[in-house]
Design a protein. Structure first.
Lengths: 352, 594
């Protein structure tokens, strides 16, 4: 692809014409603050935090939605821009609860980070504030629109990434707020409870109920692993506090899932610490299931398969695999069935 | 309009006329003509512009003279018919006479120059034949059969026509962008989402001369290479929509729309998309989203619609007034159009005179006319002989200009330099009884309610500005409020996503600039000099003038007025809610607010 040269804050940057100013700046190590931006979605240009000055352009431009052009000269941190960003942050805080002490998202809140960076302690523009009812109409996702900044990220990730479209804005102006059709509970919408909206919400407006009150970001250890549910191989971070998984997230733009998870990957972890969870193989002896070692269990399976083959031939044996295995593992299992045992009796759990 | 030897009566039948009672007059005309056995022809027309005298009827005599009568009622119809049949003129009802331009309100039209409104009120908008009889569709035929798209764009560029929706972007240049944009399908959209309070010129054109807009679209579509046109018109304009439907159907029948139009191999058709009345849908990207069935919210530009518009295809969007001027330009030549106007603003502009002006209605004047000429020469000045105080140009996106700027010419750049905008052409006149803080509050309450809510500066900034203005009007303004308003206004203008937010602070900024003393009176002296803001006024009775008739006490909804019969009355200020109903009721004008 052809190359574009531009100058951002005095730094010469070479990039490709498909990049936005925000992307080009971040690649060059120049951070432009933002709020409604999430790499996983199309730019939206609503929060106006990322506005920059471009020489020769009429007015200020949102860096997230403006493509780079050759010879562009961009300034991202002028006095005017800082003043406007401050006003925007003050306006947002003028209709936002000041309850960071107990907010689930403290320490993981983009609005908090902006207020911190711009030193906004109070707003010069106090006025009417919203007091919506907290919506906990399901076991997983809680919505508190008092904290909503109307960045539209929940709406867009649900529509653009998940292809579901549970949310959209209702009402106009100051009364605009995200909502479901006819304000129905999420359980009565096509919601798949993937929690993508939770993952993108920049504030504490949408949170995961199972994680509520369980730990602050700095109190957890993040353990990177691969989601065990299917063969996709999504990368996940287990948020572990005192040996317990309290939340699962996915690093944005890492691994095949690029930071997106489904309901299983994000919320299907309660089995890990469940008292009923099997931690060793069990072998039924005298009508009772008795814990065994893997050697014992595999040896027993091999013996039984051999016996069945001897008695009744290969078609007396069937192999049932799992959708939670990788493609490679499933391939190996059917290979074992067909090439070693000699049967086509192969199936997997997802068909049940 | 006459010509078959019969006298013809044409009733103004636009929304303004109907609202003033034209439907009852129409019924009376039809009834009385058949009952009286008159040999008179009846017809309807759109709004001629005399909105202040509706319902109106224009009588065309066989000798070519015509007389416009106003303020008609069903009761006046028999007398009107007798006079019309006898060829007599009812002098006292005359609004305008063709043989005496000084009679009645004749100078209202005499001081105008009509291009866009050339047919409004002059033909039956539901008849394609009448439009054709006045030269209609000849420009489109000429364009499609004798001109290349480039020649058309060149002609429009030469005319100097600029977007009449408000922004004033050169139309020829815009068409050129769309023409050069690459795409397998292009679209032309007519923006008929007129939404400014006090603006009704687009509605009047659509109701009075729908074919002019359609003809303009045919020419524009051919010029840019669009085979599909859309008219985005708000559902609150049912009469405009009905007449557009009739006009489009008639065009398809005549082969002016559809396949192979005017015998060429060019195809062009028009669909109507009804808007739900959101003001923001006048913004082109929000309008596109609305046509696509999405929530009407703007998106950042670039990409501009000329490259990525409706359904992601190159799209050209023009306002009703712009498109209605196009057939005239093609018929008469761009240079002819450019003879009118100033150096950078050519042709004419239609204004909607409203508010405290004596003649409210449609005024089309050449660019370069001063505001004074429009308001006083055409509009007849301020009503009831009161003093002119300000004019609000460009509706809620525009600004309030004081008397000292009345000699500002109607010119995009000159008006922008004052802090107002040309806008779509709303011109609301304020007199000494208008409080400028209250007026700014009103316009901001409109933009705040119409903000789509997408971007922070507009959604929250206009809300906070409105709250500040409201408390100033309620006598609770703080000294810091003026600075707060200025800070918010500057940042909202600089940072908003679309022009709705980008212009919303204009009424506040211009009133702060030109009428700052009124803000200061409210905040520092707890006084509303215009006597408007209820919290800051006291309603009193002049005991010398009061005759004790008791009319005020009777209408007072809170029984705050007491007094013996035939003795001066008084108002209890603690009970009074300052609704000022008594002011309008007092026959002696003894009650006043201060």
């Amino acid at each position: 692809m052809e190359q574009v040269r531009l100058n951002i804050d005095g730094v010469d940057v070479v990039t490709t014409p498909d990049r936005t100013i925000l992307e080009a700046a971040r690649e060059a190590g120049i951070r432009i603050p933002s709020l409604c931006y999430d790499r996983r979605m199309e730019p939206y240009g609503a929060c106006r935090i990322c506005i920059v000055e471009v020489e020769g352009a009429r007015g200020l431009l949102p860096a997230c939605a403006t493509r780079v052009t050759d010879g562009m000269v961009v300034r991202t941190d002028t006095e005017e821009l800082r003043r406007i960003r401050r006003t925007i942050i003050e306006l947002l805080l003028s209709d936002h609860p000041r309850d960071c002490m107990t907010c689930e998202s403290a320490g993981n809140c983009e609005l908090q980070d902006l207020a911190y960076e711009y030193g906004v302690k109070e707003t010069r523009f106090p006025g009417e504030e919203h007091h919506y009812e907290v919506l906990a109409d399901n076991p997983l996702i809680e919505r508190d629109y008092d904290k909503c900044v109307l960045c539209g990220r929940c709406i867009r990730i649900c529509r653009e990434v998940q292809g579901v479209g549970v949310y959209d804005f209702v009402n106009r102006g100051f009364e605009a707020v995200p909502g479901t059709p006819y304000n129905r509970p999420l359980t009565e919408t096509p919601c798949e409870f993937c929690g993508q909206c939770v993952s993108t919400c920049p504030t504490g407006a949408i949170i995961s109920i199972p994680s509520k009150g369980k730990g602050r970001p700095w109190q957890v250890e993040k353990v990177r692993t691969t989601c065990p549910y299917c063969g996709c191989g999504c990368q996940i971070d287990l948020h572990v506090r005192d040996g317990e998984i309290i939340e699962v997230s996915s690093p944005v733009m890492v691994g095949p899932g690029e930071g997106n998870l489904c309901v299983k990957g994000r919320y299907g972890y309660s089995f890990v610490h469940h008292p009923d969870r099997l931690t060793t193989p069990l072998i039924r002896k005298d009508g009772e299931l008795v814990p065994a070692t893997w050697e014992e269990a595999l040896g027993m399976v091999a013996d039984r398969i051999s016996k069945a083959l001897d008695d009744k031939g290969p078609d007396a044996v069937a192999f049932l695999s799992s959708a939670r295995c990788t493609n490679e593992e499933n391939y190996l299992l059917q290979k074992l069935a067909r090439a070693v045992v000699g049967t086509n009796n192969v199936d997997h759990c997802a068909r049940l | 309009m006459s010509g078959n030897g019969r006298t013809k009566l044409v009733l103004g039948y636009g929304t303004c006329g109907i609202a003033a009672g034209a439907a009852a007059v129409k019924e009376a005309l039809e009834r009385e003509v058949s009952a009286g056995g008159y040999d008179l022809e009846l017809d309807i027309a759109g709004c001629m512009g005399f909105c202040f005298r509706e319902p109106i009827v224009e009588v065309f005599y066989p000798d070519g003279r015509s007389v416009v009568y106003g303020d008609l009622t069903p009761k006046k119809v028999p007398q009107l018919l007798q006079a019309a049949a006898a060829g007599e003129v009812l002098e006292e009802w005359v609004v305008r006479r063709s043989d005496d331009p000084t009679a009645g309100e004749g100078d209202f039209l005499a001081n105008q120059h009509r291009i866009v409104l050339r047919n409004c009120g002059r033909l039956n908008p539901e008849s394609i034949d009448e439009y054709i009889a006045r030269g209609g569709y000849e420009a489109a035929r000429k364009a499609l059969t004798t001109m290349t798209p480039e020649e058309i764009i060149d002609e429009v560029s030469k005319s100097g026509l600029r977007g009449r929706g408000g922004a004033g972007f050169p139309t020829g240049t815009k068409w050129g962008f769309a023409r050069r944009a690459k795409g397998d399908q292009k679209y032309l959209v007519c923006n008929a989402d007129e939404g400014d309070p006090g603006a009704f010129m687009d509605r009047s054109v659509l109701e009075g001369d729908p074919h002019a807009v359609i003809e303009g679209m045919i020419i524009a579509g051919y010029a840019i290479g669009a085979t599909q046109g859309y008219i985005y018109c708000r559902a609150e304009y049912p009469l405009a929509l009905k007449r557009l439907d009739i006009a489009i159907a008639a065009c398809r029948e005549r082969g002016f729309l559809g396949e192979g139009i005017f015998g060429t191999d060019w195809n062009f058709d028009i669909k109507i998309k009804k808007g739900a009345g959101a003001f923001v849908c006048g913004e082109e990207t929000a309008l596109i989203a609305s046509i696509e069935g999405k929530r009407g919210m703007p998106r950042p530009r670039p990409p501009f619609p000329a490259n990525e518009g409706l359904w992601g295809k190159p799209t050209n969007i023009n306002n009703v007034e712009t498109l209605a001027a196009v057939p005239w330009i093609i018929a008469h030549g761009g240079e002819k159009y450019a003879e009118l106007g100033t150096e950078k603003s050519k042709g004419t502009k239609v204004f909607c005179l409203a508010g405290k002006v004596r003649r409210s209605g449609l005024a089309e004047v050449p660019m370069g006319y001063t505001l004074r000429q429009v308001i006083f020469d055409v509009g007849g000045g301020v009503r009831e002989g009161k003093e002119f105080k300000a004019v609000q140009l460009g509706g809620p996106s525009g600004g309030c200009l004081p008397a000292s700027l009345l000699d500002t010419p109607v010119d995009y750049e000159a008006i922008t330099a004052t802090g107002a905008i040309m806008g779509s052409g709303g011109m609301i006149v304020a007199d000494s009884s208008t409080c400028m803080v209250d007026l700014a509050r009103y316009f901001l309450s409109f933009t705040q309610a119409e903000s789509c809510g997408k971007c922070v500066p507009c959604r929250l900034g206009t809300k906070r500005m409105l709250e500040i203005l409201t408390r100033i009007c309620e006598g609770e303004g703080e000294p810091e409020d003026l600075e707060r308003l200025e800070v918010l206004a500057a940042d909202i203008k600089a940072a908003s996503l679309c022009a709705l937010g980008g212009t919303a602070p204009n009424p506040v900024l211009t009133t702060l600039k030109y009428f700052r003393n009124e803000y200061e009176d409210h905040i520092f002296h707890h006084k509303c000099t215009a006597g408007v803001c209820p919290a800051l006024i006291t309603v009193k009775i002049n005991r010398d003038l009061c005759t004790g008739c008791g009319a005020c006490a009777k209408i007072c909804p809170v029984e705050a007025i007491t007094g013996e019969k035939k003795e001066p009355h008084s108002i209890d200020p603690d009970t009074c809610i300052r609704c000022k109903l008594c002011l309008s009721r007092c026959p002696e004008e003894a009650i006043y607010a201060e």
